[in-house]
Write a protein that binds this ligand. Structure first.
Ligand code: G3P
Length: 227
């Protein structure tokens, strides 16, 4: 499963890239607006940092197909041909996806709350489909079940489209999809840090270090211990 960062704060992106095996970055208009800056400036900085080979998803704003296609052209022009253009899975969005597919522009069907939205996005040529796990849960439905159902549909019909699961509130939700063979998940920095934020882990490491220091002195490590 690919692991992406769902954020536009470059300091956070740099920190997480430094620590973890990250495959790319996703943004949406709300995430970009939190930076309080020009969206293209921010997006270009992220692209420059992650490199042109990394997965990068940026969303259109226009609500009609013609406008979405123009937004897609602007995104690809500024951020590179390998950029995935996120398009909401609504009727005009499917129209835009079909057209962009013919142009060879990569798309990600987003704002997915139902499996049939993903099915239509896949048939319209989207490379990824993004079900909103936590937002579905918050509506009283089961986001994990929706994502698994989408995966089953893609497999059953031999569709090449992958899932880019989004909107997570905890690592358990990501784990459930990891176990199910989902293609990619995009997670907020706090959720990603939460994968290993566990006192049992840090406690075990502290015991190892304390035991080592008993024999080798405070602050000693393998590189500094007497050879
Ligand atoms: O980008 C879409 C998705 O990641 C939104 O997540 O946390 O705002 O529900 P969230």
């Amino acid at each position: 499963m690919k692991l992406l960062i769902d954020d536009a704060n470059l300091d956070e992106i740099r920190r997480l890239y430094d620590l973890y095996p990250i495959d790319g970055v996703t943004t949406n208009p709300s995430i970009l607006s939190k930076t309080g800056r020009n969206p293209f400036e921010v997006l270009r900085e992220i692209r420059a940092f992650i490199g042109k080979e990394a997965d990068f998803h940026a969303q259109v704003i226009a609500k009609d197909a013609a406008g979405m296609i123009e937004d897609a052209h602007a995104i690809v022009k500024e951020l590179g041909e390998g950029t995935y253009v996120k398009i909401p899975c609504v009727p005009e969005g499917f129209k835009a996806m079909k057209s962009l597919k013919k142009e060879g522009i990569l798309t990600t069907g987003t704002t997915i709350y139902t499996s049939m939205q993903a099915y239509l996005a896949a048939k319209s040529g989207a490379s990824y489909t993004a079900p909103y796990i936590n937002r579905i849960d918050n509506m009283g439905y089961d986001g994990i079940r929706v994502a698994k159902e989408i995966q089953d549909i893609f497999e059953m019909h031999g569709m090449e489209t992958q899932i880019l699961a989004a909107s997570f509130k905890n690592s358990q939700q990501v784990l459930e999809l990891c176990k199910y063979g989902i293609g990619a998940s995009t997670v907020a920095p706090a959720v990603l840090d939460g994968f290993v934020n566990n006192i049992a882990i840090t406690g075990a490491i502290d015991v190892f270090v304390n035991d080592f220091e008993k024999i080798n002195g405070e602050g000693a490590t393998m590189s500094t211990a007497k050879k």
